[in-house]
Design a protein around this ligand. Structure first.
Ligand code: MOS
Length: 741
């Protein structure tokens, strides 16, 4: 048996391709005859288009077409939703009507021979609007508002017990506070881009997407062609964080334009367009009312979220979904969500949608409660630890949150903390230490994979999954190597092609948990296929041995009981007369297990800040993150995910803020100079640790996802540290110096 590859800190198998520029991203597909599309977007945020004069644009040099409501091929409106395998980012189809719902809405597309020509011509599309007063403030009482029942099948008006009665009870200690977050924008390095080409009635699309199968479904329905006639290719994604999860107008428009001009068309969004055309994290207003006995036992949690969407989507940033109902043992919990429609661009999931702002509010409130009760913040959380999921009573599939607190406290040195605010110093600097709980659900979806063994001794594994930059190529290579009993350098992963066996959206941190299982099952199918071939050859040492009594190891198929009896599978491939021997597996979920257990990951986030009292810029000097996501398949890529999540969380806590002009509703921080994110100089001393004990219920390897949990709880840990340093409780993110003056 070769050593197991899973569990080793393997370097990224796609690292060299990326460093050398050989990894080809969507926009880099320079197809023959490629022409360029540039979006024209609305400059007002509410009203309608009275007239559009496209002639000056059409007559500009190099222009092939100007598509707009009055001049665009008719297309159908897709019906698929998330569960049917594809989902529009906004419900409205481009050019569906003349109504303007938000600033930045696509209203025309100019196609020209060169990008410069298309840009110039786009500037010459003349639009006359009927301008209405936009609703821009989520708390504006005139904004249409609702209390939606569900989000992705989950309860949005959660309640258990009797919160009102519990809050009325005497002798409890109560915290009541409102926590707010601004709009945050994903800003992956790679801009959203689509290259579309029609080959007869077949559509081939290179799309920067987290979901090739979703893009395929939406395009097939839009153009009313069979799904098999659409191929969506995306082997590399330069970051997504959710903004490439669903399907947005530019992708549909690229395919529409390619059909209109009979040429391949490329649309690359500008950085500014990334702020209005592919979603953002909506702002949240969260009112927390929590009460506890003097001993620190929670008696009530009311977690009320108000958040806006555009008129084009019912997307809810569900702050009280995977947080307050599950986190602590508390009999009385309410977590209602109110959705408000305003004239700001359409939101979408962004890294840990819901849990990220939700833990900011809940874990800030828990810190306030700990302070009021004079109980150590970790001790308060331990006193309310949920041994089983308090929302259902079901056992957790596995949960080592107490171990996370303990390991984190030890690594961080929590015992040396003096509780009083402003009690710790480093020279002239105020020092603050804060803690918060992290959480994210453990998602697993159906997935499939195909393995092809070649006579040169290599294995190729294909699945329509994605590597967003997270390390999926590497980790899945390790899984496949073990499944086939091969060294990892003889395994090649191919991802991101809708012609490959179906795989889910790279969202909800599910890829490794889902696809590893498909690869393991495909490996088992491969063993059976090879064993049958061997068993049927009377001269084979394995003649007559049943498949279940064989094992794949070191490039050979061997009898389990007698490893000396073995064959080199290269010989089996050669003898088959085919180029490869293939095996495929499609894995559904085990419904009984899925229903019997609650699948959640947990973690503990510890933050140290240092603040100059005269110029109160918050510096995070140390951060310890301890995560229980079941078994760790690759400590190196997993650590990188947590470093990334914590870094993004520090950005959320201290910097990120998409600001809008409050007259026009246009994003004014629509570039990476004005939209501040942490750079290397802002980040130091992040440590990531894992409990690394398998979750025996989720899949064969026992692994839950790691992409999103790292950002959860971070903003609260930072804010709690800021309070400890300064005595100032900031409940409105980001914590910029002006708020501490
Ligand atoms: Mo993620 S926000 O589920 O892509």
């Amino acid at each position: 048996m070769s050593d197991s590859s899973v569990g080793k800190p393997i370097d990224r198998v796609d690292g060299r391709l990326k460093i050398t520029g050989a990894a080809r991203y969507s926009a880099e597909n320079r197809l023959e005859g490629l022409v360029h599309g540039v979006l024209v977007t609305s400059t007002i945020s509410r009203g309608s288009i009275v007239s559009m004069d496209a002639r000056p644009a059409r007559e500009s040099p190099g222009v092939l077409a100007v598509l707009h409501r009055g001049a665009a091929p008719k297309v159908a409106k897709p019906k698929s939703d998330f569960f049917a395998g594809g989902m529009l980012g906004e419900e409205r189809m481009p050019f569906e009507d003349d109504v303007v719902h938000y600033a930045g809405q696509p209203i025309a597309l100019v196609v020209a021979a060169t990008l410069q020509q298309a840009r110039f011509a786009a500037s010459r599309v003349r639009v006359a609007y009927r301008n209405e007063e936009p609703l821009l403030d989520p708390m504006d009482p005139r904004a249409p508002s609702s209390f939606p029942k569900q989000s992705f099948g989950e309860e949005l008006q959660y309640r258990r017990g009797d919160v009102t009665a519990a809050l009325a009870a005497s002798g409890t200690v109560r915290v009541e506070a409102t926590y707010t977050t601004p709009v945050e924008t994903h800003n992956p390095m790679e801009l959203s881009a689509t290259v579309a080409e029609w080959r007869g009635d077949r559509l081939v699309v290179y799309d920067a997407t987290q979901w090739v199968m979703g893009t395929r479904a939406i395009l097939a329905e839009t153009f009313e062609i069979p799904r098999k006639n659409v191929r969506v290719i995306c082997p590399f994604v330069g970051g997504g964080f959710g903004c490439k999860g669903f399907q947005w107008p530019h992708t549909i428009l690229a395919a529409m334009a390619a059909r209109a001009v009979h040429r391949p068309v490329r649309i690359v969004l500008t950085r500014a367009q990334m702020f209005s055309s592919v979603g953002h994290r909506p702002p949240t207003n969260q009112k927390l009312t929590i009460a506890a006995s003097p001993e620190g036992k929670l008696t009530a949690i009311r977690h009320e979220t108000v958040q806006p969407s555009s008129p084009m989507s019912e997307y809810v940033e569900a702050c009280g979904l995977s947080t307050s109902p599950h986190m602590y043992a508390c009999a009385n919990v309410e977590a209602p969500h109110q959705l408000v429609r305003i004239n700001v661009a359409t939101p979408t999931p962004m890294r840990a949608p819901g849990e990220c702002p939700g833990t900011w509010a809940l874990e800030s409130a828990m810190d306030e409660l700990a302070e009021k009760l004079s109980i150590d913040p970790i001790e308060l959380r331990l006193r309310n630890h949920a041994d089983a999921d308090p929302s259902t009573g079901k056992p957790f599939s596995s949960k080592y949150l107490k171990e996370c607190y303990a390991l984190g406290a030890q690594k961080f040195g929590w015992a040396r903390r003096t509780p009083a605010p402003r009690s710790m110093r480093d020279g002239d600097l105020l020092v603050g230490w804060g803690v918060a709980t992290a959480t994210y659900p453990g998602y697993r979806f159906p997935a499939s994979a195909k393995i092809s063994l070649a006579a040169d001794g290599t294995a190729t594994v294909r699945t329509a999954a994605h590597d967003l930059g997270t390390g999926a190529y590497t980790v899945l290579t390790q899984v496949a190597a073990d499944a086939l009993g091969l060294p990892q350098d003889r395994v090649r992963l191919e991802l991101g092609d809708s012609d490959f066996p179906a795989a889910p959206v790279a969202g909800g941190s599910n890829t490794t948990a889902s696809v590893s299982e498909a690869i393991i099952q495909a490996g088992a199918a491969m063993r059976d296929t090879l064993a049958k071939l061997a068993a049927s050859d009377p001269r084979s040492p394995l003649a007559g041995i049943a498949a279940k009594d064989t094992v794949l190891a070191a490039g050979r198929l061997a009898a389990s009981a007698d490893p000396a009896k073995s064959v080199d599978w290269k010989d089996l491939v050669r003898a088959s007369g085919r180029a490869t021997i293939d095996a495929e597996a499609s894995v559904k979920l085990d419904d009984e297990k899925s229903k019997a257990y609650s699948f959640h990951s947990y973690g503990a986030q510890f933050c140290e800040v240092k603040i100059d009292p005269l110029l109160p810029r918050v510096r995070v000097t140390r951060f310890v993150s301890v995560i229980d996501n079941g078994r760790v398949l690759n400590p190196k890529t997993s650590r990188s995910q947590i470093l990334g999540g914590v870094t993004m969380g520090i950005g959320m806590a201290l910097m990120e803020h998409t600001a809008y002009d409050d007259r026009t509703g246009r994003a004014i921080t629509d570039n990476l100079a004005d939209y501040a994110v942490p750079v290397n100089a802002d980040i130091e001393g992040i440590e990531a640790y894992f409990i690394d004990r398998p979750d025996p219920r989720i899949n064969t390897l026992g692994c839950r996802g790691i992409g999103e949990i790292g950002i959860t709880g971070v903003a609260a840990a930072v804010a709690n540290a800021v309070y400890h340093a300064t005595g100032r409780r900031i409940r409105d993110l980001p914590i910029t110096p002006d708020k501490l003056l």
